[in-house]
Design a protein around this ligand. Structure first.
Ligand SMILES: C[S@@+](CC[C@H](N)C(=O)[O-])C[C@H]1O[C@@H](n2cnc3c(N)ncnc32)[C@H](O)[C@@H]1O
Length: 305
């Protein structure tokens, strides 16, 4: 069995808490695995820990070039990332929030701007930049990845006491998981990432949440929004995948838009999908009162084990 790695990033909508309700829907047998809204990669890492992706093609992608760039550097240069992260951890222990803001504003944002000024920023990520992303994510407010209108990472320092910043063993395990033959890591929109999925493949989809009400908070992961036209495009992609014989598991918020697209759609039911509501804990929210149990849709054409 491969050594289990935990997610290294705290990601809004991270699916670790939902794994027990997702697992019964992992197909008994599948060919390749696709996770095109990767974020912290909780489902990929869960399948990997169980040995379920051994010998299978694995296509991991996200539209966020920082996330993919960071994972590629962890895969290829993990010892350099660990060394840089240990230095950041020491700085944080000594300097706290002042250290956080110094790194964010004087090192991370200027270096990130250079990397994003050229095409293919994920290819240009460095161990220093990856370590700073992990550091800012672990010590920043609620683990958010948020950019302002100038494209600068602007999340404030969090308020946790002695959070573990560098878990070297876990980083090495993640590096091994990502370096396995057949695993690809790409910066892609979901449509592109799924264009090659075919009969027998398994796709897990975890798009950004649709707002549960017009005034609900919105968490931006990138400068590109994921609004109702993207949710509609995703529904069309889900139906097309099912027609091609792909096993699809999709989680989404119990929001009016999502209910209309899936739960109330004859076309979706006719394509063999079931829509169930499960309880999840949403750890990341800017309002403490909105944390805690929430309901989430599981939309799938897979028979529950
Ligand atoms: C809810 S998060 C996924 C969380 C992940 N399942 C986890 O456990 O951490 C949604 C992800 O979708 C990505 N994303 C947003 N729009 C996208 C698009 N059009 N195509 C692909 N990925 C997109 C975001 O960058 C974000 O990482």
């Amino acid at each position: 069995m491969p050594a289990a790695a935990r997610p290294i990033l705290k990601w809004a909508g991270g699916k670790r808490q939902l794994l027990p309700v997702l697992r019964p829907y992992y197909p008994r047998a599948f060919d390749r695995f696709f996770e095109p809204f990767l974020g912290s990669g909780a489902v990929f890492l869960d399948l990997h820990a169980a040995g379920r992706v051994d010998g299978h093609g694995v296509h991991l992608s996200d539209v966020n070039a920082d996330v993919i760039g960071c994972y590629r550097v962890v895969r290829d240069s993990v010892e350099e990332v660990i060394a840089a992260l240990q230095r950041l951890e020491e700085g944080h222990r000594a300097g706290g929030a002042a250290h956080f803001y110094g790194i964010r504003d004087r090192r991370f944002n200027p270096l990130r701007r250079e990397v994003h000024a050229a095409p293919h920023p994920a290819d240009r990520y460095t161990p220093d930049l990856a370590a700073m992303l992990i550091y800012l994510n672990r010590t920043g407010y609620n683990g958010l990845f948020r950019l302002n209108s100038r494209g600068e990472f602007n999340v404030p320092a969090g308020r946790h006491g002695s959070i573990r910043i560098c878990n070297a063993q876990n980083l090495r395990r993640l590096s091994e998981a990502l370096a396995r033959p057949g695993v690809t890591l790409r910066v892609e929109r979901f449509e592109e990432a799924l264009s090659g999925a075919s009969a027998g493949d398994f796709v897990y989809l975890d798009p950004p949440y649709a707002p549960v009400s017009p005034t609900a908070y919105f968490t931006s992961y990138t400068a590109a929004p994921f609004g109702s036209s993207e949710q509609s495009a995703l529904q069309r992609t889900v139906l097309a995948l099912a027609r091609r014989g792909v096993s699809v598991l999709l989680s989404n918020s119990v929001a009016p838009d999502i209910q209309a697209l899936y739960a109330d759609s004859d076309e979706v039911r006719g394509a063999g999908f079931t829509v169930t509501t499960v309880e999840a804990r949403r750890a990341i929210n800017s309002r403490a009162s909105a944390r805690g149990a929430v309901h989430e849709y599981l939309i799938t054409n897979i028979q529950r084990c």
